[in-house]
Design a protein around this ligand. Sequence first.
Ligand code: PLP
Length: 392
Amino acid sequence: MNSEEIKALTGQYIMNTYGRFPVAIDHGRGARLYSPEGREYIDFTSGIGVSSLGYGNESWLKAISAQASKLGHASNLFYTEPAARLAQILCQRTGMSNVFFANGGGEANEGMIKLARKYSFDRYGQGRSTIITLVNSFHGRTITTLKATGQEVFHNYFFPFTEGFRYARANDPADLEAQAGDDVCAVMVELVQGEGGVLPLDQDYVQAVAKLCRERDWLLLVDEVQTGVGRTGSLFAFQQYGILPDVCSFAKGIAGGLPMSGIMAAEKCRDVLTPGTHATTFGANPICAAAGLAVQETLTDAFLAEVAEKGAYLRRKIEELDLPCFGRTRGMGLMIGIEVREGWTNKDLAARLIENGLLILTAGPGMRLLPPLAITCEEMDAGVAILKKTLG
Ligand SMILES: *Cc1c(COP(=O)(O)O)cnc(C)c1O
């Protein structure tokens, strides 16, 4: 099929829930994607932070095809090796204690919310179930994670939403104190707000949140669905904040392009979820877990250091262009936000860049870059050249 046929078929048979760019993707190599007609794009999106190894990565392909030819799915009624090994590596590399595997970010956060409420219920009984989240956060699209999301635009249409969430301003310890109360069981944060606009939390603020959580026996829940698995230049962003969350969720990049997510619990929370309290049919799928193992093998400490260096390089190159439409850059590792100056809108800029062969994301009022972690300098330079040609 050509691009126009794919778009027409999609329009007819897939629910119209996405603001799609007018581009069909057929295949990829490295950090380059191609339309069915062979039109080339430099990819600064990695499928919204998912395809961390880029496209056509040999070890990832081998791991998936070897596992697919052995076993595609067995369910969690049985034991399978790939998920057990992946959980072991995640715990050994982070200091967390055990893992529950799920399938998407919102679903992982649901599990994290359930764990927090059950932890509190087990210790204190009912009435201590409120979770404080941050203004401008994003935690998912289920009825509960929409409500956990601290943006009013998401609290519409689907009433009644799950109760038990309050919102505190990011980087404002006093506002967190103001939201405290006997009903609180946890605080949930993204260390770099992703959808909200690539806004890293201050180190001091995160330390203050962690301290308050310890004092009140609130669980510190960290949503690393976007920041996790190498995106910020460490395996998890919390490792750069000097904290160990009570529970941490991950998803997007975990399996390098296959659907997988999960939560990791610290020692205090390892036995909160017990048989019958939480489950998923697809979770811990062996092919996804094998892909996750290939990702972990690639994400050595040296590779992660390179992610940090490449992020700094790309930010410097973009700032050096001194484009009239762009202000400062910000972010961590290869999670980069660019301020859009007054007089320009991020959606228009993205559309123009895509027309010129650069796939790019928006977040909040700015631009967002989530290139494959394996992107090369040559590929970054090719993307920067398109920025210059299109917006210079
Ligand atoms: C993408 C994202 C989610 C939702 O993940 P899905 O896989 O789309 O359900 C939740 N939290 C954060 C921080 C995200 O970036």
